[in-house]
Every structure is written in structure tokens, then in C-alpha cells.
Design a protein around this ligand. Structure first.
Ligand SMILES: [Zn+2]
Length: 99
């Protein structure tokens, strides 16, 4: 019997993630994974136009693309209270957004 990779419940079924890779999940975790993917797609759709405008503006102003990437990476890590761990920083961003 296969157990769920996320919650360890029995009777998990293999699913293929839209981004690649497979995982054995129970029905609840399969539904949760689908919602997480939808949230990622939504975030990308919201951020892509803003990041495109931002990057084109600053490259036109003379900033090198690799330096913009470093700015974006640093901003992602230091947003909120500034934890150095990217996941901890992301948790702060989401927590602040919900308060
Ligand atoms: Zn599960």
C-alpha cells in the first residue's frame, strides 16, 4: 500500500505535477497541490507585467540584467523583517499580506 508523501495517509495515488515530477498523494493532498499550483500561476500572472516594466526601465537606465537579477533576489530575501532564509522571508511576506 502506498502512503501519501505529504500526510502519510494510506491509499495514495501517483500524480504528475504540472511543473514535472511525480508524487504519491492522497485525494486531499492532491486537491491541495492543485490549489498551490493555481496560486503559483496566479502569482506569476500578477507579477510578470510589473517585473517586465521594472526590468525594461532599469536596463534602459543602464543597469545590467545580471545586476537586476541580484536586486530581485536580494529583495525577495529581505522583504518583510528580513530573514535570510528565502522560505522564511516568503512566510513573512504572506503573513504580512494577511494581517
Ligand atoms: Zn495526503
Amino acid at each position: 500500500m502506498t502512503h501519501c508523501a505529504r500526510c502519510d495517509r494510506p491509499h495514495a495515488q501517483p500524480i504528475t505535477h504540472p511543473t514535472g515530477g511525480t508524487e504519491d498523494l492522497c485525494p486531499d493532498c492532491t486537491a491541495r497541490a492543485a490549489l498551490e499550483y493555481a496560486a503559483a500561476q496566479h502569482l506569476h500572472a500578477l507579477l510578470a507585467p510589473t517585473l517586465t516594466t521594472w526590468a525594461r526601465h532599469w536596463v534602459a537606465a543602464g543597469v545590467q540584467p545580471q545586476d537586476l537579477a541580484a536586486v530581485l533576489e536580494a529583495h525577495g530575501v529581505t522583504w518583510g523583517t528580513g530573514p535570510r532564509d528565502p522560505y522564511a522571508a516568503a512566510q513573512v511576506v504572506v503573513r504580512d499580506a494577511l494581517n
